[in-house]
Design a protein around this ligand. Sequence first.
Ligand SMILES: [Zn+2]
Length: 154
Amino acid sequence: MNTKTVGRNDPCPCGSGLQYKRCCREKDRAEQSARDRARSIAERERQEAARQAAREALDESYALDSASNAVIDLVHAGKLDQAEQAARALLEQYPEVPDGHERLAMVYEARGDQRQAGECYGKVIEMIRSRPGEFDPEYERYLLEKLEQAAAAN
Ligand SMILES: [Zn+2]
């Protein structure tokens, strides 16, 4: 029962014939504040879960960046077999992001294997085109350029 719409001195809505303040008012008030408490606890829990999810997503994105950068470092260090392993691990662990294919393409480029590099860039392009609006158009232009470079070198 809503305690705000019934006046203190009004007849109690329960039909007892007593004034509201002499009858159900206190019980209704207690029920209302229990509902308010439950709502605010639920709201706090929801907010905490959202914060936790945001923290985890951020941690995961740092882990991804770090794994992705590690492949670049290995390529630059000339450790191409290790770089390929790391790129394939990236691909396996984060299949929903372009990094694995893109890093694998870098490894193939470093080996002078433009055909396979082109295939990897093609896969990234396919991925980003299948999810319109999610990626920067500049990124697609960059990938197309890499794909053309790879095709020209064949
Ligand atoms: Zn009553």
